[in-house]
Ligand binder design. Structure first.
Ligand code: HEC
Length: 203
């Protein structure tokens, strides 16, 4: 008898789980192309806020008084963050806008309203169940605080600054890469030898 009762209970619970899953995934399947609705975003950000330790929120950016510290983070941001957040932090990259949740526009109050310590904590730890990776194991505290400085600068980041810094920083090696394949195809060139194009990623 006991076995029967347990079996029925298990089936009922599985049924409830299935209905809940249908409710959540039913309309849009598991597509990441839609945006979370306002309630979902509100709850997720509230939970994230509650899960951030109070002393982490109060941390002060040691480079907060250096008006140019953000410049030292631009190349780093370009390398590790821009693929999702866009070079201007507005989340308009191909990857960023198709994630669920999307990479946010970091010039807006949602991001700028966070304390420096919160920004640092998010960069350090990442955000579970989202595309945001934690960088603490890779990047030094100095690098991460300078990224915070850069994020603070984003709302005032001008096109001129972007051009000036990125033009100077990249040394012109990377941009050619993307065109290489297409040009080769367009001109009907045979593949150059057997060596595949290099996609080196410098650490
Ligand atoms: C693979 C994609 C991806 C990469 C790479 C990435 N992020 Fe994110 N990031 C996200 C997503 C998605 C969110 C939104 C998370 C959420 O909704 O809680 C996010 C959120 C953030 C936030 C919080 C902003 C807010 O308003 O919620 C900060 C700060 C941030 N990222 C900084 C960075 C920095 C700095 C880097 C590079 C060192 C980086 N991210 C790399 C996808 C990415």
């Amino acid at each position: 008898m006991r076995f029967l009762r347990d079996a029925i209970l298990t089936l009922v619970l599985l049924g409830i789980a299935a209905v809940a899953a249908l409710y959540f995934f039913g309309r849009n399947g598991y597509s990441t192309r839609v945006a979370p609705n306002a309630a979902e975003e509100f709850i997720a950000l509230r939970v994230r806020d509650l899960a951030t330790p109070a002393d982490a929120k109060e941390q002060v950016n040691p480079y907060g008084n250096e008006p140019n510290a953000w410049r030292q983070a631009v190349a780093h941001f370009e390398d590790h963050c821009a693929m999702c957040h866009g070079s201007d932090g507005r989340g308009r990259s191909e990857i960023g806008k198709n994630l669920y949740p999307k990479a946010p526009d970091m010039t807006r109050p949602r991001t700028q309203g966070l304390s420096d310590g919160e920004l640092y904590y998010i960069i350090d730890n990442g955000v579970r169940f989202t595309g945001m990776p934690g960088w603490g194991g890779e990047d030094s505290p100095e690098e991460m605080w300078k990224l915070v400085s850069f994020i603070r600068h984003l709302p005032n980041y001008t096109a001129e600054e972007m051009e000036e810094i990125q033009g100077a920083g990249q040394g012109g090696q990377e941009p050619a890469e993307e065109h290489e394949h297409n040009e080769g195809e367009a001109k009907g060139k045979p593949p150059a030898g057997s060596a595949p194009p290099k996609h080196e990623h410098k650490e």
